[in-house]
Design a binder for this molecule. Sequence first.
Ligand code: TRP
Length: 435
Amino acid sequence: MTARVLTGITTTGTPHLGNYVGAIRPAIAASRGAGVESFFFLADYHALIKCDDPARIERSRLEIAATWLAAGLDTQRVTFYRQSDIPETTELCWLLTCVTAKGQMNRAHAYKAAADANEAAGEETDAGVTMGLFSYPILMAADILLFNARRVPVGRDQVQHIEMARDVAQRFNHLFGQGKDLFVLPQAEIEESVATLPGLDGRKMSKSYDNTVPLFEGGAKALKEAVARIVTDSRLPGEAKDPENAHLVTIHDAFAAEAQRQSFHADLRGGLAWGEAKQRTVELIEAHIGPMRERYAALMSRPDEIEAILQAGAAKARAVAAPFLKELRQAVGLRPFAAVAQKQAAQAQARTALPVFKQYREADNRFYFKLSAADGSLLLQSQGFAEGREAGAWVKRLKTEGAAALAGAPVTLAEGVQRPAVEAALAALLAAEQA
Ligand code: TRP
């Protein structure tokens, strides 16, 4: 069975070397494996939560799309699309919003961090918090559940959001599944083997630390300048260096084959100058990403081509999402009225097709009842009763007990009618009563 893998890429900022090593490269490598069906998308609705600058939104999603394509994403194999091209996402988001506990959202990291920061600063808890930020995990749950993804590769900071997606999926299944699971429960996947890349100063490479090495931006020159600024210790050329304790080496090794790694480490122990070590690092990284940078530049000059690729991806994704959303709407009761009309017609037909009891009084002043089939033919005739109540009581017993009450009943079968036909008529009435 193929495992469906899905992950979203928030389209803010410009990708750096850390994003490439920590997220883009491993995701693309994993998508090439046998037996996986990957869905990768640009989480541009999520980007709107953090950014209200349309020009930045526009540029960032284009750059990030081009980056993934240039890095070798195979869009024949992988379904690659923009979140905002899938209207089913926001529809599902609302269905999920209606079954998500607000108290649980109060505990979501993204919101909690903002609220805590406000409180620490003596501000009102919710100052500057939008509903978008508050319901961030619900939109994320919709992204995942819409495609019934089983595996969701994410960073550690997103694990709680995946757990929330599981919770809401479970609640939805319980409320609307009628015993069957509408949603697959997703599982977060943390890639343990991929180390986070250190930045220029040795802390995790991150835009918020201003310690990044650009991926494509600024060309080979910017790469060289950034590597030149990587902090090393002050050992002089010729002095032995410790490769285990230099983040320059970690960055180098992220691009090196085993043999290159070993010779680099040996040369450093043997006194290789940091300047030369940086030069070798630049050459190594450039050999790896130089060709990608060219593809990136070509793609960025043809945005129409990227648009066409993403539209094709959206069509593939919607072919999965649209029928599923239809099913979900049905499950919660948002159904076409045609279905109600059909049900009514069926009920009306069932009613008219039933046998009927009739009670009446004859010229002899006694009370009688009879049972006729749906077509009007007589099945059963009672004897005469002095009291109407007695006739009524027998009708009630025959209706509620069915054929079981027939044995002692003061009735005679109509001429030519067999007992099984009467029993069947009583059973039909009983079933209709209980339905
Ligand atoms: N919130 C995720 C992040 O910042 C991006 C994202 C959005 C995502 N929707 C998703 C990741 C669905 C996985 C699945 O990294």
